[in-house]
Design a protein around this ligand. Structure first.
Ligand SMILES: [Zn+2]
Length: 471
């Protein structure tokens, strides 16, 4: 990893062209009317009338107050996603500015989240073509940031901030002369009380609008075949781990899941559902919902691990099942890391924390647990003949994505991206073929009885097929 991030230009060098937006924002501020405070909460600058200065408002930019109380700045005419091609931070620990270069103006929405302190920027229909290390830059109030697809047509940037901040300004500048269109966000230090209030206000406003996440579509027709839900971890804004490599966990696990889907489908014996088949973020709870909605008979979450630098040389694949108490400290560390996915993507977890704790204490039904353990054993057996496995290949911990009480669920860690040997395997087609063979064999063994008797069952009663294997 290269720590020598490109030089960030001083604010003054970049912060020309304030003028055009002032008039625009003045208009917005008036539009806010009595709801001025929420407008500020949502990051839009309300300038006094005197601030509307000499420069004309860019012709193609328009602004509309949305039903959710936020303001969306739009441009007309352009088709296809806008491209974000660079991002810079400027300022200090009192006031920090983020600037994102765009090839055209887009709708934006900005809000803050607590636990931990984050700033979320939602951008309509943007793809990112930034340098891979861009998100590791930090300056002033921003300690790191991430960006990527959050939902279809919706991109998101999540800024980790060092403490309570207020969004002083968040706006889009139209391209002017040799400057591209830009997203500009100014963060200022604030106190915890103001921060908490701003989080609550903006959450209330967002709650009035459409749900943040598209609900998974209706489950496909049941046809008696076992339903296998494959869950490639992470995606979109959440890249997963990199193990200090040029690869991302999200793409390695997606490729493996797609290859496994093809193999499972080729048997004709299963109906296969993916929680994601593209580079899109899917929240942990949604993954569980997809499994339950499709009445999954088996849920396989696919991930890759990485250790911190100087934290040992672990190698090999492992299979995890859900347990209240982690089987070892490494499993506990991993579960904690994997459970952070929603937080990384800028989802407010404060409402969910208690429910998750309850579910994990209650755990899955005993029957489901038994099936999960059975599949995990099958899988470890199948893997041992084909790929490197961890010295303790069967482990357990409190993974949130394994919490469906009625779906046998395992989480497979394909290997350690922090190990050069493992990484070489994880990114090779030969290895992927072996790993997916192992997963296919274990799945076949897990459902062997059921597939053999399925035809018989179908003639007996239409309902019995839906029973769990052996149950
Ligand atoms: Zn992961």
């Amino acid at each position: 990893m290269d720590d020598t991030a490109p030089q960030i230009p001083a604010p003054s060098a970049r912060l020309v062209a304030y003028g055009p937006i002032r008039r625009l924002l003045h208009g917005l501020a008036r539009g806010c009317g009595r709801a001025l405070a929420p407008c500020l909460t949502l990051g839009l600058l309300a300038l006094p009338a005197s601030a509307a200065t000499e420069e004309a408002m860019p012709a193609q930019v328009s602004a509309d107050a949305q039903a959710d109380g936020s303001h969306h700045i739009t441009s007309g005419g352009a088709t296809g996603p806008a491209i974000a091609h660079d991002a810079r931070l400027a300022g200090d620990g009192v006031r920090t500015r983020m600037i994102v270069d765009l090839d055209r103006t887009v709708e934006i929405r900005a809000f803050t989240l607590s636990n931990p302190y984050r700033v979320v920027l939602d951008l309509k229909d943007v793809t990112f073509r930034m340098e891979p290390e861009a998100g590791q830059r930090k300056r002033g109030l921003v300690s790191a940031y991430r960006y990527g697809v959050f939902a279809p047509g919706k991109a998101r940037m999540v800024l980790d901030v060092t403490g309570p901040v207020a969004i002083d300004k968040a706006f889009i500048l139209d391209a002017i002369e040799d400057q591209p269109a830009r997203l500009v966000v100014d963060l200022v230090q604030t106190d915890d009380e103001s921060f908490t209030k701003a989080v609550a206000d903006s959450a209330a406003l967002r709650a009035e609008s459409a749900p943040a996440h598209p609900q998974p579509g209706p489950a496909a027709e049941e046809d008696g075949r076992p339903v296998v839900v494959l869950d490639p971890g992470h995606g979109g804004i959440d890249s997963g781990t990199t193990g200090y490599s040029a690869y991302t966990e999200k793409s390695i696990v997606l490729e493996t899941a797609l290859a496994l889907r093809d193999k499972l489908e080729r048997t004709g014996a299963y109906r296969v559902v993916l929680t994601r088949s593209t580079d899109t973020f899917v929240a942990l709870g949604e993954r569980v919902n997809i499994a339950r909605k499709n009445k999954a008979d088996l849920f396989i979450s696919i991930h890759a691990d990485a250790l911190a630098r100087n934290d040992g040389q672990a190698r090999g694949a492992s299979v995890y099942t859900l347990s209240e108490k982690a089987s070892d400290t490494d499993a506990a560390r991993l579960a904690e890391q994997e459970n952070k996915a929603d937080l990384i993507a800028g989802i407010n977890l404060s409402d969910e924390t208690d429910a998750v704790a309850d579910i994990l204490v209650e755990l899955a039904h005993r029957e489901t647990r038994n099936f999960s353990a059975r599949f995990a054993h099958e899988l470890v057996g199948s893997m041992k003949n084909r790929v490197n496995t961890h010295r303790i290949p069967l482990r357990s911990a409190g993974f949130r994505v394994l919490r469906a009480h009625d779906v046998p669920s395992v989480l497979v860690e394909l290997g350690y991206m922090s190990s050069p040997e493992d990484l070489k395997q994880l990114t090779s087609e030969v290895w992927r073929d072996r790993m997916t063979d192992a997963l296919l064999e274990a799945t076949n063994r897990f459902f062997a009885d059921r597939i053999a008797t399925a035809a018989q069952d179908r003639t007996d009663t239409t309902g019995s097929i839906a029973a769990r294997p052996g149950g």
